[in-house]
Design a protein around this ligand. Structure first.
Ligand code: PMP
Ligand code: GLU
Length: 390
C-alpha cells in the first residue's frame, strides 16, 4: 500500500497554538491540577439570557432545518442595519454572508479572493490564523513588523513600502489580537488612502470593536467614503462582543462578486451555519445592549490591573492595550524563547500563557485577561515568582 499523502498546502499547516494551549490548560485542570490560565481568547461570561432564550424558542418552534446558505434573511437584515447604525457602512443584506464564526468568514474570504502568485500584507504581531489561511489560498503572506516603539502600530510608510504589483490585500485588525492595538481615525485615513491608491483590498477584522478602553473610538475603514467601502471587506462576529464563542457565528460584508463566490464555496462546504444559533444572533443584535456595557466595565478593570502589574515587573516592557483583552509583554531579557518560557512557566507555576512565536513575535508571550479577577491575581503571583527565578 502506498503511503498516505496530504495536500501540499495543508500538510505544512501547524495546529492552532491558541486552541492547543487552551485545551492543554483545561485538561490539566480536569485532571485535578491547579492551573491559572491566561490562554483563551474567550470571554468567561455566559451568553446573555435573552440571546439563549431566543435560540431555545427557535428550537421549540422547530427551527431545526437547513437555513439559506448565506444565512437567515432576518439575520442578514439585522447585520445590514447594525453596520449602518453603528459603523456607518452601507451594505445591503445581499452583500452579507453569515458563516460558522469570524474565523470561517476570514477563511472563506481569503480563499475566494487570493490566488497563487499574489501577496497579502499582514501587520506583525498578527493573529496566528491569518498566515495559515493565506497559505492555504496559495498566496504569500508578507509580514510588516510594527515596531514596539510605535506601540506595535504599522506606519503608513511601512505599509506602502511593503506593497508590490502582486499585493492583493492587507489584513487590518483593530482592536488587535494579540496586542490590543487600536488605530485612530487619522491613522486609518492614511492607510485607506494608500490602499486605494495602490488598488489593495482591506480585509477589516472588527471582531474586537466593542472592547475599547479610555474612550477610544472604533473606526471602520469602509466608512470613510463610498470608494473606501468598495475596497474594504468588513468581518465581524458574535463570539467576543456577546460571549458566544461556542455558537459559531460570524459574518462579512463586501463586494457582490466576492459574496457570490463565497456563497458558492460555502454551499459546497458547510452549507448555512446552525439555524437556531442564527435566531440567537438576531436577538443579540436587536435586543438590549446593556450586557455589552457590563462586560466592558469588567474587562476595563481587568485590563488596568493586569497591565499595571505586568509592566511593573523588572525587565519587562509592555504596551498598554487600547482594546481587545490581551497583553503581550516582551520577555526577551530573560534568555528564553517564547515557547520555552511558556512551557517552563506552565510546568513550574501552573500558569498558562500563549508563546508569541506563532504571532510573529518570539520575544513576547500573550496573556488573555478574558478570565476572572481571581485567576488574574493568582496567576500573576505565579508569573512574578517565575520571572524572579530566572
Ligand atoms: N479574528 C480574531 C482577531 C480573533 O482573535 C478571533 C478569535 N476568536 C477570530 C477572528 C475568530 O473568532 P470566531 O471564529 O470565534 O468568530
Ligand atoms: N481567537 C482566540 C485566541 O486568539 C480564540 C482561539 C482561536 O480561535 O485562535 O485565543
Amino acid at each position: 500500500m502506498s503511503e498516505l499523502t496530504i495536500n501540499k498546502r495543508i500538510a505544512s499547516i501547524p495546529a492552532s497554538v491558541t486552541l492547543g494551549v487552551t485545551s492543554k490548560a483545561k485538561a490539566m485542570k480536569a485532571a485535578g491540577e491547579t492551573v491559572y490560565s491566561f490562554a483563551a481568547g474567550e470571554p468567561d461570561f455566559d451568553t446573555p439570557e435573552h440571546i439563549k432564550a431566543a435560540a431555545v424558542q427557535a428550537l421549540a418552534d422547530g427551527q431545526t432545518k437547513y437555513a439559506p446558505v448565506p444565512g437567515l434573511p432576518a439575520l442578514r437584515s439585522a447585520i445590514s442595519n447594525k453596520l449602518k447604525v453603528e459603523n456607518g457602512l452601507n451594505y445591503a443584506p445581499e452583500q452579507i454572508v453569515v458563516s460558522c464564526g469570524a474565523k470561517h468568514s476570514l477563511f472563506n474570504i481569503i480563499v475566494a479572493l487570493c490566488d497563487e502568485g499574489e501577496e497579502v500584507i499582514v501587520p506583525t504581531p498578527y493573529w496566528l490564523s491569518y498566515p495559515e489561511m493565506i497559505r492555504v489560498s496559495g498566496a504569500t503572506p508578507v509580514f510588516v513588523r510594527a515596531s514596539q516603539d510605535n506601540d506595535y502600530k504599522m506606519t503608513p510608510e511601512e505599509f506602502e513600502a511593503a506593497i508590490t504589483p502582486k499585493t492583493k490585500a492587507i489584513i487590518f485588525n483593530s482592536p488587535s489580537n494579540p496586542i490590543g492595538v487600536v488605530y485612530n481615525r487619522s491613522e486609518i485615513e492614511k492607510l485607506v488612502e494608500i490602499a486605494l491608491r495602490h488598488n489593495v483590498y482591506i480585509i477589516a477584522d472588527e471582531i474586537y470593536e466593542k472592547l475599547l478602553y479610555d474612550g477610544a473610538e472604533h473606526v471602520s475603514p469602509g466608512s470613510l467614503s463610498p470608494e473606501a467601502q468598495e475596497m474594504v471587506i468588513t468581518v465581524n462576529g458574535f463570539s467576543k462582543a456577546y460571549s458566544m464563542t461556542g455558537w459559531r457565528l460570524g459574518y462579512f460584508a463586501g463586494p457582490q462578486k466576492l459574496v457570490k463566490a463565497v456563497n458558492a464555496l460555502q454551499g459546497h462546504s458547510t452549507s448555512s451555519p446552525s439555524t437556531f444559533s442564527q435566531y440567537g444572533a438576531v436577538a443579540a443584535l436587536e435586543g438590549p445592549q446593556d450586557c455589552l456595557k457590563e462586560m466592558g466595565v469588567a474587562f476595563a478593570e481587568r485590563r488596568n490591573y493586569i497591565y499595571d502589574r505586568v509592566s511593573a515587573i523588572d525587565g519587562i516592557t509592555c504596551v498598554k492595550p487600547g482594546g481587545a483583552f490581551y497583553v503581550l509583554p516582551d520577555i526577551s531579557k530573560f534568555g528564553l524563547d517564547s515557547v520555552a518560557f511558556a512551557e517552563k512557566l506552565l510546568t513550574e507555576e501552573g500558569v498558562a500563557v500563549v508563546p508569541g512565536a506563532p504571532f510573529g513575535v518570539d520575544g513576547n508571550v500573550r496573556l488573555s485577561y478574558a478570565c476572572s479577577m481571581e485567576n488574574i491575581e493568582k496567576g500573576l503571583d505565579g508569573f512574578e515568582r517565575f520571572i524572579k527565578s530566572l
